[in-house]
Design a protein around this ligand. Structure first.
Ligand code: HEM
Length: 366
């Protein structure tokens, strides 16, 4: 008899404990759902996520499935960096010490359509992965414009959205792109280059620039603000855009293969050191042309291979993958690039099972 009240009390305690546990579990689920919603951008539809950025890049015409979502049409190459050691006093990167280092790279045009005609590629690019014998990597994506079109990810998203292809006309709205440039004065140096720079029929005669600033860290731990370029050893041969537009659609790859059949192609890796006050976080601004330059060695491109089966296909040229002795700057484009390239890489490698990218698949699409 004396046990009854005790039991009742115990049952009451257990009920409230169980209710408490349910509340706790519910709370955890709610917080997790909130975290997912936040990460997915559902709570802040205006927030720029890598998924939104890459979706915008994917809406610029053509069928990008299985391909890079920007610089979508390209060709792989292999070669070596023959470093002369001259940049070693500014950076402890192993591939800047005198020696030869393996390179896997990719030339491309900055379009969203992997089947675009080469004549539509105003911006040409070179991406490289340089590997040192101890397994460190220096990945870099460089463009042939002297400055980038915007200084921050939000403006890049706005520009990309303005380039969206209207399914009815198959073309972007020229008024939207015009409006973007009219309302973004920072983009004027790029627009000037795009309007006035000579067109050429080759990847081989172009200078490719890192555009973003980076930091070289020397052996004593001192940091030096730098940008770098690949400068060709042949002069550019200018061609009118009208003449270029009449060429076959893939003239850049044909030109590359034709030149490499005669022998390797070379570029100087030139490192530019900033002077105090040069911007580290604004890729729309060129540094004055009298800055100290160091010729760090020669890139020797030996062989080209179609991207569909080539060694560059499954490389993500994320510019934040850097060896010891090189670090990112405070340029906000770098983190945005890293996140967007990862998203694009995930999509294109995931899609490859449904959209095989072997030679026949590429042939079908041409
Ligand atoms: C917020 C700014 C930027 C975004 C969101 C962006 C986005 C992208 C994406 C999604 C790709 C495809 C990546 C892949 O699938 O592997 C790409 C490729 C590329 N981007 Fe950017 N980009 C940005 C800025 C820049 C800048 C400043 C440069 C300066 C040089 C640049 C140069 C390149 C190059 C060279 C490639 C081709 C890499 C390759 O051949 O694989 N991008 N970009």
């Amino acid at each position: 008899m004396s046990e009854q009240p005790f039991l009742t009390h115990q049952v009451q305690l257990s009920t409230s404990a169980i209710l408490g546990r349910f509340a706790l579990i519910g709370g955890v689920v709610f917080v997790a759902a909130l975290a997912f919603a936040y990460a997915g951008g559902w709570l802040s539809p205006g927030r720029l996520t890598p998924a939104r950025m890459v979706a915008a890049l994917s809406a610029r015409g053509g069928n990008p499935l299985g391909h890079r979502r920007n610089h979508s049409k390209g060709v792989c190459f292999t070669g070596v960096l023959d470093a002369n050691g001259a940049a070693s006093r500014f950076s402890a990167a192993p591939m800047l010490a005198a020696g030869r280092y393996a390179v896997v790279g990719r030339f491309a045009i900055a379009v969203g359509d992997p089947d675009a005609r080469d004549a539509t590629g105003r911006v040409k690019s070179m991406a490289i992965r340089i590997t040192s014998p101890n397994g460190q990597e220096w990945r870099s994506g460089m463009n042939n414009s002297p400055v980038f079109v915007v200084s921050n990810p939000r403006d890049f998203y706005e520009l990309t959205t303005a380039q969206k292809v209207d399914p009815a006309s198959g073309k972007p709205d020229p008024a939207a792109v015009k409006h973007f440039f009219a309302t973004h004065p920072q983009s004027a140096p790029f627009a000037e280059w795009a309007q006035g720079a000579p067109w050429t029929v080759s990847f081989a005669d172009q200078t490719y620039n890192s555009l973003n600033a980076f930091r070289f860290i020397d052996a004593t731990g001192n940091s030096h603000l730098v940008r770098w370029s690949m400068k060709p050893t042949i002069p550019p041969t200018s061609v009118s855009h009208d003449a270029l537009a009449k060429l076959e659609p893939n003239f850049l790859e044909s030109d590359l293969n034709g030149r490499l059949a005669q022998g390797p192609l070379t570029w100087h890796l030139v490192v530019t050191l900033a002077a105090p006050g040069d911007p580290s976080n604004d890729a729309t601004k060129a540094w004055p042309s009298d800055r100290q330059e160091i010729d760090a060695g020669t890139l020797i491109v030996q062989k080209a291979e179609a991207e569909a089966d080539g060694p560059c296909r499954d490389i993500n040229y994320d510019p934040t993958i850097l060896p010891q002795g090189i670090a990112v700057s405070d340029d906000p484009l770098l983190a945005a690039r890293s996140a967007a390239y990862a998203r694009s890489f995930d999509l294109r490698t995931g899609e490859s099972a449904d959209y095989p990218r072997g030679a026949s698949a590429a042939g079908d699409r041409r």
